[in-house]
Design a protein around this ligand. Structure first.
Ligand SMILES: Nc1ncnc2c1ncn2[C@@H]1O[C@H](COP(=O)(O)OP(=O)(O)O)[C@@H](O)[C@H]1O
Ligand SMILES: [Mg+2]
Length: 354
């Protein structure tokens, strides 16, 4: 499954005209500011995800000075079904004129997106490692995204209590089952990613190990006991910092290569390849659990791979029969067939197969 064509109305700088896609690899090339990332973002939104940029409000999405706030994204899936997403304060999604939820849509057409900062997923901030895990789990477990957002709401509430110097025990009790459940799911997710990584040894010459480091916790194996014990022992620190430091919002995924910390022991080139392998592992994990191929959105992530690594990545993606959208400001040559789309001033000016 993938997108045969899309059209975005009143969406950022993208012109409201039809864009046709290849079922295989689509390269989007063009100068900075052309609209490549915006196209990827639109595709991500008609696949049941929010905006790509963290903290962006839906009110930032309409075309500047258009005088209208109604954004409409339309896409035809390779099955012929029509997806329509209307963005107002929230998202309204229809497939063939029937209202569906975002998680229904993510299940129907699984899409994983990787942003430019994800090239440094091995050594960068923990948020991009959590993001990888959360995207994969949100597709595989339909209730995951809902529970995660409930949990985050609770964390914001707890932060408010701590800020005001109020006791946060009540919120902790409400957070406990959510936190424990998220830890369990993420640990399952780590197992799945680890198993899939074993089949990707052509990209990762070293043996890559993954483990979940529970945020501010790890005192006991049982997740519920762990949350209770860790919150109890961190009570004073949380009160002093006025911020919740225990829980899945502070999780990290520890990555090792041959038993050593990957961020410091691997060369830059091997870290980039490990990042690529993690993306593939997430896509393969989704495939194993849902039976479906994942559409991949890659924003500037391939630019830092060497030619060989890039060919390995795209080769293995294509051998899986996946639709891929890869945006890059620096054109590169690939030894595999792909459709090259030139983006300029918010429109595709040229599409050709090579
Ligand atoms: N709401 C908006 N309305 C109109 N143009 C926008 C909006 N948001 C961003 N842009 C424009 O989109 C362009 C950035 O597009 P982007 O997809 O990030 O480019 P690229 O990825 O090709 O470098 C900028 O020129 C910016 O001015
Ligand atoms: Mg961009």
């Amino acid at each position: 499954m993938g997108f045969a064509r899309v059209r975005f109305n009143n969406f950022k700088n993208i012109e409201p005209r039809e864009m046709k896609w290849s079922p295989g690899l689509n390269l989007l090339i063009g100068e900075n500011g052309a609209g490549k990332t915006n196209i990827l973002e639109g595709i991500s939104m008609i696949s049941g995800w929010g905006t790509l940029e963290k903290g962006e409000k839906t009110s930032d999405i309409p075309t500047w000075n258009s005088g209208s706030s109604e954004v409409q994204l339309t896409g035809e899936l390779s099955s012929g079904e029509i997806v329509k997403v209307k963005v107002a304060k929230r998202f309204f999604i229809k497939v063939d004129d029937k209202t569906v939820t975002a998680s229904d849509l993510r299940w129907k057409v699984p899409v994983l997106s990787f942003l430019s900062e994800d090239v440094s997923i091995v050594e960068g901030s923990s948020s991009s490692r959590r993001r990888l895990m959360d995207m994969m789990l949100a597709i595989i477990i339909p209730s995951y995204a809902f529970r995660l957002s409930e949990y985050r709401r609770g964390v914001r509430q707890k932060a408010l209590f701590l800020k005001k110097g109020l006791p946060s025990m009540v919120v902790d009790r409400a957070l406990l089952p959510l936190a424990a459940w998220l830890w369990k799911m993420r640990e399952e997710g780590i197992r799945l990613l680890s198993e899939e990584l074993e089949n990707l040894s052509e990209l990762t010459p070293a043996k890559i190990g993954l483990s979940l480091k529970r945020g501010g916790a790890g005192m006991c194996a049982d997740p519920e006991d762990d949350y209770s014990a860790s919150v109890f022992s961190c009570r004073e620190r949380e009160a002093a910092l006025k911020f919740p430091i225990v829980g899945p919002h502070r999780d990290d995924i520890l990555i090792t290569a041959e038993g050593r910390q990957a961020s410091s022991s691997l060369s830059r080139g091997l870290r980039r390849r490990t990042a690529a392998a993690l993306m593939l592992a997430a896509a393969d994990g989704v495939k194993r659990k849902t039976g479906k191929n994942t559409v991949l959105l890659l924003d500037e992530v391939t630019a830092e791979l060497d030619g060989n690594g890039r060919n390995l990545l795209f080769d293995s993606l294509l051998s899986r029969g996946t639709q891929v959208f890869a945006a890059t400001a620096e054109p590169f040559s690939l030894e595999i067939p792909c459709a090259v789309h030139t983006v300029k001033d918010g429109r595709i000016t040229d599409s050709r197969n090579s």
